[in-house]
Design a protein around this ligand. Structure first.
Ligand code: 2RA
Length: 340
């Protein structure tokens, strides 16, 4: 016996990846409903070798469905997720709407699977921001060994993190630079993204940090440990898929770089590619379509007593969104619903 599963926002980048990953991982699905807003109604999406027609989110009754994976923005989530949860369907939400609610668990299954049992407070589970998800997968096994005090992270985030419009803007702007018949001014991004980098993701906050930077601090604390201090600089780069992060970690205890490499090699969800030679590391283009969080460039930071530097790369549409949501669904099935 399997689950009755709903995908909300099935025609978007993340919704489609959720369907791909459910099929790839042979998630025990008995019945699948794919929902979209009225404007995309009737659009077909693929699930394994099947083609499914989207139904209307506005009129859908979630009663009797086990779980709904939401891949829509915060406004649509706010409108539909409470109804789904009240109708007895567990919501796994990819938007930022519920991430900071103390009664809603924020889960990365490799890091805090025990938080799943808190789902019952509101029948909702939150999926973290993409840049946080890959970072906490890398931090967790090192924190268990040497206790992290402080993290300094700089991100290099791909345009697909800003949705289809972000990817289209990079594509169209790049073409227009080679063939300048049409001008493609910045719309989704604050400045030209083609052949450029932009040190702003999301809006500015009073502190001077952007909201993306704030999310990395707050979400890391909620998922991993409230005591860890995080400071972040988040940058958009002209890469289509794959977020990269340069992470500097300060520990309570000494941690040798070779031991750190061995610990990361054994840790769930991580693939270490770390040869100290030309090209002996992973760049974002190489992580596309993969499940793993790739770690390279592991080395001692000799400017502080107990410091390690590393490079972390992951597919932001997978571990940063759809894969993590499906892993939460698997965890919910295994630990709570126990049907599969
Ligand atoms: C971004 N982190 O890359 C955001 C998307 N969730 O823009």
């Amino acid at each position: 016996m399997g689950y009755r599963v709903v995908i909300v926002g099935a025609t978007g980048n993340v919704g489609r990846e959720m369907l791909n990953i459910l099929a790839e991982r042979q998630f025990p699905v008995d019945e699948l409903a794919v929902l979209a807003s009225r404007s995309s109604l009737g659009t077909e999406v693929s699930f394994g070798d099947r083609t499914l027609k989207t139904k209307d989110l506005d009129t859908f009754d979630f009663t009797g469905w086990d779980m709904a994976l939401f891949a829509v923005g915060s406004d649509a989530t706010k409108k539909y997720a409470p109804t789904a949860a009240k109708q007895g369907c567990v919501v796994i939400d990819n938007s930022s709407l519920y991430r900071y609610d103390p009664d809603i668990p924020l889960i990365v299954p490799e890091v805090n699977p025990e938080a799943i049992h808190m789902y019952s407070k509101k029948n909702i589970i939150a999926n973290p921001n993409c840049s946080t998800a890959q970072m906490v997968v890398a931090l967790k096994p090192l924190h268990d060994r040497a206790t992290i005090k402080r993290v300094v992270v700089s991100t290099y985030q791909s345009v697909s993190g800003a949705g289809k419009e972000g990817a289209d803007e990079l594509w169209d702007q790049t073409k227009s630079i080679y063939n300048p018949v049409t001008d493609v001014p910045p719309k989704k991004f604050q400045k030209q993204i083609a052949f450029n980098v932009i040190p702003q993701i999301d809006v500015f906050m009073d502190s001077g940090d952007t909201k993306e930077e704030w999310k990395m601090m707050v979400e890391t604390k909620k998922i991993l440990d409230q005591k860890i201090k995080v400071t972040a600089t988040c940058v958009r780069v002209p890469v289509f898929v794959g977020h990269s992060e340069s992470i500097n970690i300060e520990f309570e205890d000494h941690l040798d770089e070779n031991e750190a490499r061995d610990i990361l090699r054994e840790a769930p969800g991580i693939m270490v590619i770390d040869k100290r030679e030309d090209g002996g590391y992973v760049s974002p283009i190489e992580c596309v379509g993969d499940y793993a969080t790739f770690i390279s460039r592991i080395r001692q930071d000799s400017t502080i007593d107990n410091g390690i530097n590393l490079w972390c790369v992951s597919d932001n549409l997978r571990k940063g969104a759809a894969l993590n949501a499906v892993q939460i669904a698997e965890l919910l099935g295994r630990e709570v619903l126990k049907k599969g």
